[in-house]
Design a protein around this ligand. Structure first.
Ligand SMILES: *[C@@H]1O[C@H](CO)[C@@H](O)[C@H](O)[C@H]1NC(C)=O
Ligand SMILES: *[C@@H]1O[C@H](CO)[C@@H](O)[C@H](O)[C@H]1NC(C)=O
Ligand SMILES: *[C@@H]1O[C@H](CO)[C@@H](O)[C@H](O)[C@H]1NC(C)=O
Ligand SMILES: *[C@@H]1O[C@H](CO)[C@@H](O)[C@H](O)[C@H]1NC(C)=O
Ligand SMILES: *[C@@H]1O[C@H](CO)[C@@H](O)[C@H](O)[C@H]1NC(C)=O
Length: 431
């Protein structure tokens, strides 16, 4: 008996090994994205894209503005929108939300959250996803945020683990994981039949540190985030076998055998982006069965802010650093034989953008990555005469969508055309 059982187990393991945990290609519903090797496919054709990041689209209330934005995206050749599939508030914010019309999907109160699937809640996301489809655009939806912005992981930690809990509790506390999964289930079940969804994303920019301080469970060698990715991706796959799943991470490496770093003021600095301290292990995470493709971000001005313009940092430029980061992720993609996308990137300053983006974009396209700059800007929005306050620093000013100084608007023609030209290159490869 025992041997028979083992033989059976071996057969199952072998079958799972060849198919991965993926569904046989023939069964994928029409219009859904799939992967093969390092490429995406839709309905049998390769799919390379330029995408748009816009967390603010589901915050708009005027359907004309939503149409105008998608129309502009389509005219620019954009095929994928990435937006937040979360928008959570504390119950203390309810009066403000009702007065201002703020979009919210979850309300946290007393250690628990309630879903808002009404007109000021998920109905708005329904509308964005449905309208996207009318413009031939597919959507990447992230389930939560590493950061406080729009009610991410910190609300789970504060409300469930309590004041004083550290950010690592998000990945390790079973009550928090269950609560996150309850939300994921609500979102996935709501949209799992939609061909307008390109992929699910487990978390925007998962790190050991959040806006709350880190904690001991998340440190290099614990692989806490890799385990979390593995568990959550398997959970999503069970709910929805067909849509693609990705991490949403910044693409930090954990080069276990090398100390990658640099000299600064006569001191050796071990590089946070390569030494595992951030919490991700890009190479490992990309090999996980239910992670269909990898994501990475580029913000060298934030990541190396204090080290910029130091003369003894060996010829460091933010432009060259980004090029190397792109090449490093291309190497990982090759090893894992999965697609990788440059999912967010930005530099501040129009001159910097004009000089640097053409180089980054060219290299990313040459290495077959699809790209989504941070972030899409829209002018001429009409809601509240173009003057609306959302939350934090985010507002419409004279009809311009929120400007975080990374935002790219159409009237910045040199930068804008980098992306419209890239979209043409991607379209030509997608035949
Ligand atoms: C949420 O509201 C509670 C009071 O109900 C407060 O103690 C807590 O600090 C708030 N949390 C966040 C993250 O805003
Ligand atoms: C910096 O650049 C100069 C000029 O290109 C070169 O001679 C020098 O070797 C470089 N230094 C380092 C540390 O790479
Ligand atoms: C352009 O980038 C350089 C190097 O990071 C920085 O010193 C400068 O302030 C940036 N320009 C703007 C306008 O942000
Ligand atoms: C956005 O902000 C940047 C600097 O923070 C500024 O240079 C630019 O003019 C602003 N754009 C718009 C459309 O407001
Ligand atoms: C683009 O338009 C915005 C809003 O009308 C304006 O603030 C900004 O100065 C314009 N930028 C350029 C480069 O014309």
């Amino acid at each position: 008996m025992r041997h028979v059982l083992l033989a059976w187990l071996f057969c199952i393991a072998a079958a799972v090994g060849t198919l991965g945990s993926k569904v046989p290609a023939g069964k994928t519903p029409k219009g859904f994205a799939t992967t093969k090797g390092r490429s995406f496919y839709v309905d049998g054709k390769p799919f390379y894209f330029v995408g748009a990041n816009s967390y603010w689209l589901p915050l708009l209330t005027l359907q004309d503005d939503i149409h105008a934005t998608f129309k502009e995206m389509r005219a620019s050749g954009i095929k994928v929108l990435r937006t937040w599939g979360f928008n959570a508030i504390n119950a203390t914010e309810l009066p403000f939300a009702h007065e201002s019309g703020l979009t919210y999907y979850q309300v946290w109160d007393n250690g628990e959250w309630k879903l808002n699937d009404g007109p000021q809640g998920l109905k708005r996301l329904d509308n964005v996803i449905e309208t996207a489809g009318k413009y031939g655009i597919k959507v990447i939806l992230a389930f939560t945020n590493n950061w406080v912005g729009y009610g991410g992981s910190e609300l789970y930690v504060n409300h469930i683990a309590g004041a004083g809990a550290t950010h690592d509790a998000f990945y390790s506390d079973p009550r928090i994981v269950a609560s996150y999964q309850r939300y994921v289930k609500a979102i996935v079940n709501r949209y799992k039949k939609s061909a307008n969804v390109f992929a699910w994303e487990l978390m925007n920019e998962a790190r050991c540190l959040g806006d709350l301080r880190g904690g001991p469970a998340c440190a290099p060698g614990t692989d806490l985030i890799s385990h979390w990715y593995k568990g959550q991706a398997a959970f999503v796959r069970k709910l929805d076998p067909y849509h693609l799943i990705t991490t949403g991470g910044e693409g930090h490496f954990y080069k276990r055998d090398e100390d990658i770093g640099y000299w600064l003021d006569g001191q050796w600095i071990s590089d946070y982006n390569y030494n595992g301290q951030a919490g991700e292990d890009f190479d490992l995470d990309l090999t996980l069965d239910d992670i269909d493709f990898g994501t990475y971000h580029i913000y060298p001005q934030f990541w190396y802010g204090t080290t910029l313009d130091k003369p003894d940092r060996d010829n460091f430029t933010i432009s060259d650093w980004g090029l190397q980061w792109i090449k490093d992720h291309a190497e990982s993609a090759k090893k894992a034989n999965k697609p990788v996308i440059l999912e967010e990137f930005g530099v501040m300053g129009l001159q910097n953008k004009t000089e640097i983006y053409p180089k980054w974009v060219q290299t990313a396209l040459d290495t077959d990555h699809s790209i989504l700059p941070w972030q899409f800007g829209m002018l001429g929005l009409k809601e509240k005469d173009g003057q609306r306050y959302f939350k934090y620093e985010d507002r419409l000013i004279d009809g311009a969508s929120p400007n975080d100084s990374f935002t790219i608007y159409k009237n910045q023609t040199a930068v804008w055309s980098v992306f419209t030209n890239a979209a043409k290159v991607q379209a030509a490869k997608s035949r």
